[in-house]
Design a protein around this ligand. Structure first.
Ligand SMILES: [Mg+2]
Length: 382
């Protein structure tokens, strides 16, 4: 198939406009119920939306969330970072969107969440102007759908078991246990009993969010063999690569790095030390969808696995871009975690929905969701 010169010109002319304004909008989104993970109990997601408006009035949306133990960012800091970066974008031509996103990446150290929300909003805006989906702007879909996991993070074994059974009946076939919260014996019991409850065909993994010391983590991986975990995520502190290496040496459960990965240099450092089998790829850690695709390509080259995830909890605005990366990245073999599922109310008119245990690749223009600005105002923090 050939693309006519006329069609190429249409795409190019569609994004021949300038960026008129950028707003950072802090929101507080209640969760359906509190989520327990090591060292933290989350009841309300403190998120920041980025709204980028083109000169013709077209709007692109992005979102990130405060993540003190992940990116170190808090809501007020994210707003300040977006306002700091905004002068690099305002009055610039949208056709330079890739270079503008890159300029934002280099203009500040850290602040991956703020940069990610800007990159999401730029891609959404370009997609809406050009009639293209974000997944196509990221290079196209490698797969039509991705299997999401459900997070289990309750105060008791029985509550985790009951929720696992309920969510299995709703269609989930992939579960992640939040561990490093209960006493170690209960964590091990939970993993083994949830496996019994779900049967052999369900996929089960666990995430300690740095909540184990090395001795506990070693006991955990040695004693949960029958739970057949796909991976154990970030069992020890982010900076403890030797601890991760020691757990790899046990060999019982594949090891995933999350809090320890803020970008490509961390992937290289972990790989050099054989400190993980794969990573949790979050857009807010690496600086946005485009940066996530570059990290995914590095992981593919190194033979590492990837699970793509949002942080607890992001609305369908961020979830749509996260899903686009999960569909476009070459090697997402450890599944997907979309966290809009844990919110009491979403910020878009039609939240992303699961069908037959999977999320289908979003093919609409831009990120494919329509923001409900009335709800944004309802949850806005003033
Ligand atoms: Mg994690």
């Amino acid at each position: 198939m050939t693309i006519s010169g006329e069609a190429r010109q249409d795409v190019a002319s569609a994004i021949t406009t300038t960026i008129r304004r950028i707003d950072a909008i802090p929101v507080a989104l209640p969760l359906m119920k509190p989520m327990l993970m090591a060292g933290v109990r989350i009841e309300t997601a403190q998120n920041v939306l980025v709204r980028i408006e083109a000169s013709d009035g077209t709007i692109g949306w992005g979102e990130t969330t405060s993540a003190p133990t992940m990116s170190g960012e808090l809501s007020a800091g994210i707003v300040a970072a977006v306002e700091h970066l905004a002068p690099l974008l305002v009055e610039q031509e949208l056709r330079h969107h890739a270079a503008l996103a890159q300029r934002c990446l280099h203009a500040m150290h850290g602040n991956g969440g703020a940069k990610s929300a800007i990159d999401m909003a730029l891609l959404d805006l370009v997609g809406r102007r050009a009639g293209a989906s974000v997944v196509d702007l990221l290079g196209g879909a490698m797969r039509d759908s991705v299997m999401p996991m459900w997070l289990l993070g309750n105060p008791s074994v029985d509550a985790d078991l009951a929720e696992a059974a309920q969510k299995r009946d709703e269609g989930f076939r992939f579960f992640k246990l939040k561990v490093g919260v209960k006493p170690l014996a209960e964590e091990i019991e939970t993993a083994l009993r949830v496996r019994c409850e779900l049967g052999e065909t369900a996929v089960l993994c666990a995430d300690a969010n740095m909540g184990f010391d090395l001795a506990c983590a070693q006991k955990f991986v040695r004693q949960v063999g029958e739970a057949d975990l796909l991976f154990l995520e970030q069992p020890v502190r982010a900076e403890d690569l030797r601890g991760m290496q020691a757990l790899m040496a046990v060999g019982n459960v594949p090891i995933c790095a999350d809090e320890g990965i803020a970008g490509a240099p961390d992937v290289l450092a972990h790989d050099h030390m054989r400190a993980m089998n794969g990573i949790n790829l979050k857009l807010l850690k690496v600086g946005g969808p485009r940066a996530a695709m570059r990290v995914a390509a590095l992981c593919e080259a190194l033979g590492l696995s990837i699970t793509v995830a949002g942080k607890i909890a992001e609305s369908s605005i961020s979830a749509a871009s996260t899903l686009a990366v999960a569909c476009a990245a070459p090697n997402v073999d450890w599944g997907l975690n979309l966290t809009h599922l844990y919110l009491a109310e979403d910020l878009v008119r039609t939240p992303l929905a699961m069908a037959d245990g999977t999320f289908a690749c979003v093919r609409g223009v831009g990120n494919g969701v329509v923001v409900d600005e009335t709800r944004v105002e309802r949850y806005r923090v003033r």
